[in-house]
Design a protein around this ligand. Structure first.
Ligand SMILES: [Zn+2]
Length: 72
């Protein structure tokens, strides 16, 4: 069972690790987990993260980040 990270903004694949990482996400509230984590029928875990490109964009344009939050 793997954990796949993908970008919540552009959907690009960020990375995959060969194990599940729930313990790394204990800081999230149940609501945040619902928004951030998804599982498929094989028990693989999908985590919404952010890719390097979008991170750089958000760092350069803070207002863009506010816009993204608004449309969710
Ligand atoms: Zn992205």
């Amino acid at each position: 069972m793997n954990t796949h990270y993908y970008c919540r903004h552009c959907g690009s694949h960020v990375g995959t690790v060969g194990y599940r990482t729930e313990s790394l996400l204990d800081d999230l509230s149940p609501t945040e987990k619902l928004d951030t984590l998804h599982y498929d029928e094989y028990g693989n875990m999908y985590v919404k993260a952010i890719c390097q490109y979008c991170q750089e964009t958000l760092d350069s344009y803070p207002h863009y980040h506010e816009y993204e939050l608004f449309i969710q």
